[in-house]
Design a binder for this molecule. Structure first.
Ligand SMILES: CC(C)(COP(=O)(O)OP(=O)(O)OC[C@H]1O[C@@H](n2cnc3c(N)ncnc32)[C@H](O)[C@@H]1OP(=O)(O)O)[C@@H](O)C(=O)NCCC(=O)NCCS
Length: 206
């Protein structure tokens, strides 16, 4: 069976991307909210029911959850089930150098994404609508790149990083694991400690 984890915005957009690309038709959303109701004509089931269903057989799972830490927790939990695979969800309007980019599993490329060349992306990374990743950049597992984020060339972004809508970076900097970057922030220097960074140029607020 095919499952999308989540029932809110990112899950709904994931279903739209799968539908637009003709990649797969999900059988169920899996959520805490809306259990028993339908979203886009697809039934929402509980997490408990989902875990019963994936105990046997082969299944495809897309984690439609924007929060990197929650996505990481679920990804690690579910990967213990031997019959589960995590396919990508790639909108037909996303562009990337398919010959020279390296992608992990569970990748989400939303409409209008551009990933140029020699980019390396880990597992369960979400690149949202109209985000851009420049040459030779590296993005770690479970990181979320919100809509309209611009990442220059040779940038290294860690694991479970959240980059808010419209944020951008200059080239050749790095962002450590678990950092949170606010909407509209401009990252001009490497971030070496986890925390929340906002503004132009970005400064740590917590
Ligand atoms: C950065 C962020 C995570 C901080 O959230 P938070 O920890 O709840 O922080 P608060 O809302 O309490 O704000 C703390 C202070 O930072 C300021 N601030 C918050 N976000 C800011 C931002 N993006 N840019 C500039 N200042 C910001 C607030 O105005 C507040 O300032 P004050 O103390 O002078 O009033 C959040 O504001 C943000 O930008 N989230 C991104 C949302 C997003 O892009 N979602 C994707 C949707 S697809």
């Amino acid at each position: 069976m095919n499952f999308i984890l989540g029932s809110s915005g990112q899950a709904r957009e994931s279903e739209w991307i799968l539908r637009a690309s003709g990649q797969a038709k999900p059988d169920h959303f899996v959520g805490r909210d809306f259990v028993g109701s339908q979203i886009h004509g697809i039934e929402v089931i509980s997490e408990e029911r989902f875990k019963e269903l994936i105990t046997h057989g082969n299944h495809k799972v897309w984690i439609g959850i924007g929060n990197p830490k929650l996505r990481a927790k679920l990804g690690q939990e579910i990967s213990k089930f031997s019959g589960v695979e995590f396919p990508d969800a790639i909108h037909p309007s996303a562009f990337y150098d398919y010959e020279y980019c390296q992608f992990g599993h569970g990748l989400l490329l939303a409409p209008g994404v551009i990933v140029t060349t020699d980019v390396s992306i880990g597992n369960h990374v979400h690149l949202n609508v109209k985000s851009y990743v420049g040459h030779e950049s590296v993005i770690g597992d479970f990181t979320t790149i919100s809509p309209a984020v611009h990442i220059a060339g040779n940038v290294k972004i860690g694991k479970r990083v959240f980059m808010g809508i419209g944020a951008c970076t200059v080239e050749r900097i790095s962002i450590c694991d678990d950092a949170v970057i606010g909407a509209g922030a401009v990252i001009t220097k490497s971030i070496v400690e986890p925390g929340t960074y906002v503004g132009v140029p970005a400064k740590r607020i917590s």
